[in-house]
Design a protein around this ligand. Structure first.
Ligand code: IPE
Ligand code: IPE
Ligand code: MG
Length: 251
């Protein structure tokens, strides 16, 4: 294992990285191109990034591809994003299966065309046996939707008499959130210089480390990934506690 100058061992890398892939529009505008060209270039970054994550021991990569608010974009742009998602699934699902990567899509789904819904289900089925890593794509996803959905499922159980109101706790609600069965999100990255969460994972990011970079998504490569991971490894994750060893007893 590599070590810092002090001889101290570097802390473990993140098991789960989530990325808000932002900046496609600005990348395209700087080149005098339409946002669509930026989205196309952005999709091209995913394959190498996924491999790089696997090489670095990252077990789960979660990508924010389309937010529940992104339906407000111009219809032509929404259409292009849907068609890019569809062709990505068709092109990459078999490759993921061959590499042992399991694909999961989180988000609403019912607002997608039946054709896209079918492609999502097929890609998930084709890759279901993957045991060498997980790629999660958040599409028509919103963090508030996720929390509301979990609350509704519990409310239905209370209404049906199979659960008592007292049993609704942080731990029991956590089990209903998407990603509950995966390692916690250690590192949340956003490209393009914006420093906000834009309704991405809210519950799940409670103790994630945040990393913001000015790099626009279509320029985000392995070097950027390594910078984010290195920054993560320098963080002191306290989870509300105290990590200063002996000093704690002097309080
Ligand atoms: C992110 O790029 C991709 C999606 C939101 C689908 P943007 O399209 O938001 O890029 P900017 O923020 O306009 O540069
Ligand atoms: C967040 O980016 C959604 C995705 C990257 C998929 P946006 O570009 O939609 O977010 P805002 O509008 O800048 O907050
Ligand atoms: Mg944006």
């Amino acid at each position: 294992m590599s070590s810092r100058g002090t001889g101290e061992e570097l802390p473990a890398g993140p098991r789960h990285i989530a990325i808000i892939m932002d900046g496609n529009g600005r990348w395209a505008a700087r080149r005098g191109l339409s946002p669509s060209a930026g989205h196309k270039a952005g999709v091209e970054r995913i394959r190498d990034l996924l491999s790089a994550c696997r090489e670095r021991g990252v077990e789960v990569l979660t990508l924010f591809a389309f937010s529940s608010e992104n339906w407000q974009r111009p219809p032509k742009e929404v259409e292009l994003l849907m068609s890019l998602f569809h062709s990505y699934l068709g092109r990459e699902a078999r490759r993921m299966r061959d590499e042992g990567v399991r694909l999961r899509v989180i988000g609403r789904r019912d607002r997608f065309s039946p054709r896209l819904q079918k492609a999502i289900a097929e890609a998930e089925a084709v890759t279901a046996g993957g045991e060498r890593g997980t790629l999660v794509i958040a599409a028509d996803y919103g963090g508030r939707w996720d929390i509301a959905r979990a609350a509704r499922q519990m409310a239905e159980e209370v209404a049906a008499g199979s659960r008592s109101p007292d049993s609704v706790t942080e731990d029991s609600l956590a089990a209903y959130m998407t990603l509950a069965d995966l390692p916690p999100v250690d590192l949340l990255v956003r490209s393009s210089g914006e420093q906000r969460i834009s309704n991405f994972i809210l519950w799940q990011a409670a103790y994630s480390e945040f990393y913001f970079t000015d790099t626009l998504w279509p320029d985000f490569g392995t070097a950027e990934l390594d910078m984010a991971i290195e920054a993560y490894q320098r963080r002191d994750r306290r989870f509300g506690g105290r990590n200063d060893g002996g000093l704690a007893v002097q309080a």
